[in-house]
Ligand binder design. Structure first.
Ligand SMILES: NC(=O)c1ccc[n+]([C@@H]2O[C@H](COP(=O)([O-])OP(=O)(O)OC[C@H]3O[C@@H](n4cnc5c(N)ncnc54)[C@H](OP(=O)(O)O)[C@@H]3O)[C@@H](O)[C@H]2O)c1
Length: 330
């Protein structure tokens, strides 16, 4: 196949480009090259999607498949469709589980209600990084891709992605923390579910889907595991002389520990939002998404953490000092 990856220099889209090359496809990556290199064997076409003429170098080109990871810009999506959809055999738009309207109920699937599309975003080329707008721009983007491509549109909605070259510091916080040993604060949440997808498993499925011209919309996510079970296994695989110290949610909230992500947070802790980490994994599994074991996903995340450096300033998690303060309170 001749495939165009809109991206290819970072995390998911780079993993997709790598897998496409490995399978012998002809791979072009359209990006600025600011985030890194494209994988060996793929070609970089320099495109800046903030430039209204950005797609000019690709005018008239035909592709068996186009894979777009536009994070948060309906303008980017519209311009890509305008430039390339007429000559594309299949189109993947990577959306997100953030499209859902209510992150409370567990076990949701693609029939669950989504947020209102934010079409006014066409005015802004790359809107400010606004978590409230993220899901709404994804919904608007999905709708445009479906309108344009019909049953040639494949729309995976990943949940939390982890593993090789993950830059978000979320899942990786846990193996990194446990690897460092000692007494580790974990949220005491016996009823919370947990769910993630390894980036290489997701990339493999995206390439399968392009090869098979799979259409449709899927929650692209792995099995649901109780959070305490997930944490125990990650600790067992990555930990060294580790003691898990469960801290009640009310104590964490009183101490201004943030859920989910960001500074002073406990990643993947989602009080009141259990639906975020409990989507039905079966439709994607039935359509071919396969998952490595939690042990292997943990080892991949730990390897990435060690490569990035455990003492770096993190985007998510507690610092040693913040954790020590919390332990003194318990
Ligand atoms: N991480 C998660 O857990 C998660 C969960 C759900 C959904 N998602 C979705 O997964 C997708 C991939 O996310 P990611 O973290 O792998 O990558 P990303 O940060 O979305 O970046 C992907 C690509 O966009 C390119 N890019 C950025 N600015 C550009 C510009 N002005 N012009 C052209 N290309 C540009 C980058 O290349 P250059 O910088 O080299 O130009 C890079 O290759 C996104 O759609 C995200 O919303 C992620």
């Amino acid at each position: 196949m001749r495939v165009l990856v809109l991206g290819g220099t970072k995390f998911l889209s780079k993993a997709v480009a790598t897998e496409l090359v490995r399978r012998g496809h002809d791979v072009l990556c359209a990006a600025r090259g600011a985030s890194g290199d494209v994988p060996a064997g793929a070609r970089l076409i320099r495109v800046d999607r903030n430039d209204p003429e950005g797609f000019a170098p690709l005018a008239g080109e035909r592709f068996d498949s186009v894979i777009d990871v536009a994070t948060m810009s309906l303008t980017w999506v519209n311009e890509a469709l305008q430039a390339l959809a007429a000559n594309a055999g299949h189109w993947t738009f990577v959306s997100s589980i953030s499209v859902y309207a209510d992150h409370g109920p567990v076990g949701q699937d693609t029939s669950s209600p989504t947020v209102e599309p934010l079409v006014e975003a066409t005015e802004a080329r790359t809107p400010a990084d606004d978590p409230a707008a993220y899901g709404r721009i994804k919904v608007a983007s999905e709708n445009r891709v479906r309108e344009e491509l019909g049953d040639r549109a494949f729309i995976p909605r990943p949940g939390l992605i982890t593993g090789h070259e993950d830059w978000s510091d979320r899942f990786g916080y846990w193996p990194a923390r446990f690897y460092q040993g000692g007494r580790a604060v974990v949220p005491d949440v016996p009823d919370q579910p947990a769910q993630y997808v390894d980036v290489l498993d997701l990339a493999t499925w995206l390439v399968d889907a392009a090869e098979q011209r799979l259409g449709g919309t899927f929650d692209a996510i792995g099995p649901i595991t109780p959070f305490p079970e997930l944490i125990a296994e990650v600790a067992q695989v990555a930990g060294q002389d580790i003691e898990l110290v469960g801290v009640a949610e009310d104590k964490l909230l009183a101490a201004e520990v943030k859920p989910w992500a960001g500074p002073r947070s406990l990643p993947m802790w989602v009080p009141g939002f259990h639906g975020m980490l409990s989507h039905d994994p079966k439709p994607a599994a039935d359509a071919g998404l396969r998952h490595r074991s939690l042990g292997d996903a943990t080892r991949a995340a730990l390897e990435n953490e060690l490569r990035l450096g455990l003492e770096r300033e993190r985007r998510a998690g507690l610092t040693h000092e913040e954790e020590a303060d919390l332990l003194r309170l318990t």
